[in-house]
Design a protein around this ligand. Structure first.
Ligand code: ATP
Length: 196
């Protein structure tokens, strides 16, 4: 079965695009959501996090101490790399397990991940889609969705590849500006994938 990766910068609209594919009957694996769940459910990952960042990475009830982890990794790329090196393999395992549950009648699946290219996981997909949107629109949409400042949004963007870098690695583009129809673009790609 064809595995399609889909990514885009923060606020580009990748989740919105995935919802369109879901309405077309395509199963979507939301890697970032799964990663959050795995942080509190995957024993191998939990042990790795504790031994790397300390037992205080978790509260006694098993919940993640986000503040502790963020305090370590936010300003330190080396520590962030260590966290990613623990999380990404766990997500790969979860994706494989999930893909094995998909009936063979399903024509293709989508894997949505913010860091699809940065993590290298795009190489495990057959083709990859990049959702692109103008910077001002991304900032505006994120400000409306989350209670965050423009500086916080730009700091998050700073940790991702630029669109120029991502374009080089993408097979297909979806433009999420205010002049093009997301539904039409997603439907055209859906038709394309059905013919693969
Ligand atoms: P993140 O990486 O931060 O999770 P994302 O790329 O998944 O972001 P979405 O959550 O899909 O982006 O979109 C960001 C916000 O912009 C959401 O509130 C969404 O409803 C809105 N949005 C996205 N695309 C459009 C659009 N074409 N028209 C109107 N609103 C949109």
């Amino acid at each position: 079965m064809l595995k399609v990766g889909i990514t885009g910068g923060i606020g580009s609209g990748k989740t919105t695009v995935c919802k369109i594919f879901e309405t077309l009957g395509i199963p979507v694996f939301y890697a970032d959501q799964v990663a959050k769940q795995l942080m509190v459910s995957d024993q191998l990952l939990i042990e790795g996090v504790k031994s790397t960042f300390g037992a205080e990475s978790y509260f006694p009830d098993g919940l993640l101490n986000n503040k502790h982890i963020a305090g370590i990794v936010f300003e330190n790329q080396n520590e962030l790399d260590k966290l990613n090196a623990l999380v990404h393999p766990a997500v790969f395992r979860a994706f494989d397990a999930w893909a094995n549950t998909i009936p063979s009648s399903v024509p293709y699946t989508l894997k949505e991940a913010a860091l699809l290219f940065e993590s290298g996981s795009y190489q495990m997909c057959d083709v990859n889609i990049l959702v692109k949107a103008p910077l001002e629109l991304k900032i505006e949409r994120i400000k409306q969705r989350d209670a965050v400042s423009e500086a916080q949004i730009l700091a998050r963007m700073d940790k991702q590849f630029t669109d120029e870098q991502k374009v080089q690695l993408a097979d297909h583009l979806i433009l999420n500006n205010e002049n093009t129809s997301l539904i039409e673009q997603a439907y055209a790609l859906h038709q394309h994938f059905l013919q693969q």
